[in-house]
Design a protein around this ligand. Structure first.
Ligand SMILES: [Zn+2]
Length: 263
């Protein structure tokens, strides 16, 4: 079981089944549900234990004593409530606070890579120049995008002039007004826009986070930063294309006008 976990962990961070580099996030966090800030990967040991729970009680007496409490506490033992694996797994792990940004990060309209980068930015594990220098691989910590300030997570997301320009242009395109810090809060409350508009807005902002991050990486090689308006336009085009590829339903007049004006 540990070996399988180890292969999964190595593959997540390096694309290989063998150890190539230290993971950016500990495995326990990766195995936390998405709504609590993790990646929702199943913990194999606990998942296996809950699968054993599908057997009759007599067959699982060898399972740890702790599981007996789950059976009694949930009325599974006296069969007033049917046992199911998902409920068993849920019982084995203590609940934690749900993160507000879960709706934005795991929006089905997001391209998976952009979701992953957004998740990594929320956990502050992106390899910014500041972080690379701190772990001993390089000395340059200046932000390549604005050449003014140390490239930390906070700088890249909130303080960088290049990022600010991109976000400002995106807000205009999306017809929204709020400070970027409260974006997750706005999406969770869903004020002022239809469900479709919220989904598209959310995907555009996640896509933009990815594009800014990608730009901060490739500029080190190409020495020329992309114009913010081009970056925003590219993000919106990608989101609209993904939406139209996966949705054939007829839009309401209000949504159609909004989508047509977008970009
Ligand atoms: Zn900057």
């Amino acid at each position: 079981m540990n070996k399988i976990d180890s292969i999964c962990r190595n593959f997540l961070w390096s694309g290989k089944d063998s150890y190539a580099r230290a993971p950016n996030v500990n495995w326990k966090t990766c195995c936390t549900p998405k709504e609590e800030g993790g990646l929702g990967i199943k913990k194999l040991k606990e998942w296996n234990k809950t699968l054993l729970g599908n057997w009759s009680w007599k067959k699982i007496v060898q399972v740890k004593d702790s599981f007996k409490v789950a059976y009694v506490g949930n009325q599974w033992l006296n069969q007033t409530k049917p046992y199911n694996v998902a409920a068993g797994y849920q019982w084995l792990r203590p609940p934690a606070t749900k993160v507000q940004w879960r709706f934005v990060c795991w929006n089905p309209l997001n391209i998976p890579t952009t979701s992953f980068i957004y998740w990594a930015s929320k956990l502050e594990i992106l390899l910014t120049t500041d972080r690379i220098a701190r772990i001993g691989f390089g000395q340059e910590t200046t932000c390549y995008l604005c050449e003014d300030g140390t490239e930390t997570h906070h700088h890249l997301v909130y303080d960088c002039e290049f990022s600010k320009q991109c976000i400002s242009i995106m807000h205009k395109c999306l017809s929204i007004r709020f400070p970027s810090q409260s974006f997750d809060q706005w999406c969770a409350s869903g004020r002022g826009k239809s469900k479709l508009q919220r989904k598209v807005t959310s995907a555009c902002m996640v896509g933009l986070t990815y594009e800014i991050w990608h730009e901060s990486n490739i500029i080190r090689l190409q020495q020329q930063v992309c114009r913010p308006d081009i970056l925003v336009s590219r993000t919106i085009t990608t989101v609209k294309h993904r939406w139209s590829k996966n949705n054939n339903s007829i839009l309401q007049q209000r949504d159609k006008a909004w989508m047509d004006n977008l970009g």
